[in-house]
Design a protein around this ligand. Structure first.
Ligand SMILES: N[C@@H](CCC[C@H](N)C(=O)O)C(=O)O
Length: 289
């Protein structure tokens, strides 16, 4: 008789994840296994997987173990590996709290993008320190069907192309016609955000994520959008010494992004656990081929 593999399901502004607690890194999660888990019809369904491993037990995180006990081994829904997932870190922290592994307040989480500081507030929101944005020089463009837009290249540990559009509907049906971007600018692929203004310091976005398709939210994407909007609006906290805050509406809710005077970016929003159960080990092995 096979024993199941524990899982939970959670989301941050409806960017949803299958969470696999595996402190000693004993569960083999091949790309095919991740894709099977994230399949919305034949699997559990999710934009990605949060594999919860002790940093000391994972070869990619051992060097961070002294600073952060837990490593977020994040995978996109198609099984590919990404450097960073902003909503993922918040949902990861919610899981640690839910499981009684950490207290409310401050904690550190190891990611492929380095150690991130997280604050779990009493009111339920979770804030993550996302580091600084990099804005590589050079023009990029994205297109969906007949529409072509210039885009800002923003790196939040992972790559983003941010395009300001007149109407979010112009981005069309992103699942059937995903955005095109020049492979030369993004040899490893890119996350594409489409943005409209909603008012001063307030924007709305849609996103097509590398490795997951259109999702209802993307934390690193919301940070990239806030930085692109700030620069477009002539604001740069590292130059003026004045922090800038944007509310970023996503399809699944709202994230609040602050770029501090030192250039560090903080993102705040909700993160919830909605279910927990067991994955059938035989099914996973078969589905993963
Ligand atoms: N949804 C995430 C980003 C996940 C990684 C991304 N798809 C990539 O490949 O870079 C977020 O909340 O940041």
């Amino acid at each position: 008789m096979s024993t199941g593999i524990a899982f939970l399901k959670g989301h941050g502004t409806e960017n949803d994840f299958v969470i696999v607690p595996d402190p000693e890194n004993a569960v083999e999660l091949s790309p095919a296994a991740v894709a099977a888990l994230c399949d919305r019809r034949a699997g559990i369904g999710g934009d990605g997987v949060l594999h919860v491993v002790r940093s000391a037990a994972h070869p990619e995180a051992r060097a961070m173990a002294a600073d952060a006990e837990w490593f977020m081994d994040y995978r996109n829904g198609d099984g590919s590996v990404a450097e960073m997932c902003g909503n993922g870190v918040r949902v990861f922290a919610r899981y640690l709290r839910h499981a009684g592994l950490v207290a409310e307040g401050d904690l550190a989480v190891a990611t492929r993008g380095g150690v991130k500081s997280v604050h779990i507030a009493k009111d339920g929101d979770i804030t993550v320190g996302m580091g600084r944005a990099r804005l590589p020089e050079g023009d990029v463009a994205v297109s969906v069907g007949p529409h072509v837009w210039p885009a800002r290249n923003v790196n939040m540990g992972n790559p983003h192309a941010v395009a300001f559009v007149d109407d979010l509907a112009d981005a069309g049906d992103l699942l059937s016609a995903p955005p095109f971007h020049p492979a030369a600018a993004y040899p490893d692929g890119v996350n594409v955000e489409f943005v409209v203004d909603r008012g001063p310091g307030h924007v709305a976005m849609r996103v097509h994520e590398r490795g997951s398709g259109e999702t209802r939210s993307c934390g690193t994407g919301a940070c990239a959008v806030a930085v692109a909007a700030a620069r477009r609006d002539g604001a740069d906290p590292a130059v003026t010494g004045t922090p800038v805050t944007y509310r970023v509406d996503v399809l699944g809710g709202t994230l609040v992004i602050t770029e501090r005077a030192d250039g560090e970016i903080e993102m705040t929003g909700p993160a919830v656990i909605v279910a927990e159960g067991e994955i059938d080990r035989e099914w996973l092995e078969t589905a993963a081929g």
